[in-house]
Design a protein around this ligand. Structure first.
Ligand SMILES: Cc1cc2nc3c(=O)[nH]c(=O)nc-3n(C[C@H](O)[C@H](O)[C@H](O)COP(=O)(O)OP(=O)(O)OC[C@H]3O[C@@H](n4cnc5c(N)ncnc54)[C@H](O)[C@@H]3O)c2cc1C
Length: 435
């Protein structure tokens, strides 16, 4: 490992002489990096195109009207208001000049001594970007509110339809992708239709709504033990979800989806199937990447063609020293962000960089009310206790006390009353041509 280039003659009395650390992205990795550098004599600039940190694990509840957008996001300025060595910029990264140690934002360019790139991933359509219009993904608050608009509007469209076939089309929901997000979305839409909407419409019977969950591989929840995949499958089937396994989607249109062996007509298609690296990361030069474009980084998280650029979070593709593939999960992103920060501190102290070791905190997915799967090392639990654990973990890791209280009260209310508090449509009803 070659030492990073830096004049370490810095003075904490004169902030302008302090090493400048630029952190790109205020997600789990960027946030952890910023916080871990709080006590070091560095000047930090954290850049994000949004003004908030988003708790993505609860996005599906915004998409299915269980929570409001503000419940799962927290302004970055507020999070760092007490950290005097960090400045937040709401701006978009557009390009890099690694040779000059510069990053170009939409409004200005920043020079850095160290840079942590934690820009995450976006929804991937396996080369079929034209499907995005008909089947939006779920990565941002905008996307979650768009999904909510489509799901709630579908019930309204069905209520307005004079033709029963048209009503049936609007009451058919397709979720593509049988990972945790797809399972969570399918379960939540089934519950919405069966229980929450059931009493509120006069013409349609929302309990007749069909929810299809499509997965190309032979089982749901591929990253979980097989027993938990079949548990999730059975639970969803009991909730009325039609699960299609081993059937890749071959086309998506305003009319519905075509699978390898069948076609499903649907007015609402939600995409939870793939990820691809943030496109701006293509501008980081000739670096090995996986098929999704994620950057294969050195064991210490340094970008291969640089000495002072760290990649952290979902954007980094790596196996740790023990050969363990680091997954695209919030705890992994947090650990990487923290590790990158520690390496910067080590380098400033003239110490060699250390490899990243991932500490596996397990995996969880909720299926519906009182039902989830959770595993930690060799321990797997399914059902009610997994669900309670899921609720607890998500409350604890959600950012901000106000949000925790609001989410907790919402959950209690929904549980007791079978009501969803965020059933508001704020934009016009989409027509078929809107996707
Ligand atoms: C729907 C969903 C459910 C999930 N559920 C779970 C779960 O239950 N448990 C779990 O552990 N993990 C879950 N994850 C995964 C987890 O959220 C990610 O692993 C984690 O968010 C990755 O953190 P990150 O910091 O790498 O990226 P992100 O959190 O995605 O942050 C990237 C940041 O970069 C910013 N950004 C992007 N492009 C630019 C640009 N050009 N300029 C400036 N800023 C930019 C974005 O606004 C964002 O704030 C889920 C993810 C999703 C989408």
């Amino acid at each position: 490992m070659s030492p990073l280039h830096l004049n370490k003659q810095t003075s904490s009395k004169n902030p302008s002489n302090l090493p400048h650390v630029v952190i790109l992205g205020g997600g789990f990795a960027g946030l952890a990096a910023g916080k871990a550098l709080a006590k070091y004599p560095v000047k930090i600039t954290l850049v994000d195109k949004e003004n908030h940190h988003l708790f993505q694990p609860l996005l599906y509840q915004v998409a299915t009207a269980g929570l409001s957008a503000a419940d799962i996001a927290q302004p970055l300025r507020h999070i760092f208001s007490g950290q005097s060595n960090l400045t937040t910029l709401m701006d978009e990264v557009v390009d890099f000049d690694l040779d000059a140690s510069k990053v170009h934002l939409r409004s200005q360019s920043l020079s850095y001594d160290y840079m942590v790139v934690a820009l995450g991933v976006t929804t991937g359509y396996f080369g079929n970007q034209q499907w995005a219009r008909f089947a939006p993904g779920l990565k941002t608050l905008d996307e979650a509110t768009e999904l909510r608009r489509r799901v709630l509007s579908a019930f309204e469209r069905a209520e307005l339809a004079n033709d029963p076939d048209e009503a049936a089309l609007w009451l058919t929901f397709v979720v593509v992708g049988g990972g945790p997000t797809g399972v969570e979305l399918a379960g939540a839409i089934a519950e919405l239709a069966q229980h929450v909407m059931a009493k509120d419409f006069r013409h349609i019977d929302s309990t007749k709504a069909e929810v299809h969950l499509i997965e190309a591989s032979p089982r749901l929840l591929n990253n979980f033990p097989e027993g938990q995949s079949s548990y999730a499958h059975k639970r969803l089937t009991k909730m009325g979800v039609k699960v299609h396994l081993g059937e890749p989607v071959t086309s998506v249109s305003a009319e519905g989806v075509t699978l390898s062996q069948s076609t499903i007509s649907s007015g609402t298609i939600l995409w939870a199937a793939g990820v691809e690296a943030n496109s701006v990361a293509n501008k980081l030069g000739q670096v090995p990447r996986d098929r999704a474009g994620r950057l294969e980084v050195n064991p210490d998280l340094v970008l291969p063609n640089s000495e002072n650029v760290f990649i952290a979070g979902d954007l980094a593709k790596m196996s740790d020293l023990k050969g363990k593939q680091v997954p695209c999960l919030a705890p992994a992103a947090t650990q990487m962000g923290r590790h990158a920060a520690k390496q910067i501190a080590r380098d400033l102290a003239g110490r060699p960089l250390q490899p990243f070791i991932y500490f596996d905190k397990g995996n969880m997915a909720t299926i519906g009310r009182s039902s989830a799967v959770a595993n930690y090392r060799k321990i797997s639990i399914n059902g009610y206790f997994a669900w309670v654990a899921w609720l607890g973990v998500h409350l604890v890791f959600l950012m901000g006390m106000r949000n925790r209280i609001s989410v907790f009260l919402n959950w209690v209310w929904s549980y007791l009353a079978w009501r969803q508090g965020a059933r508001i449509i704020t934009k016009k009803l989409p027509g078929r041509s809107d996707g």
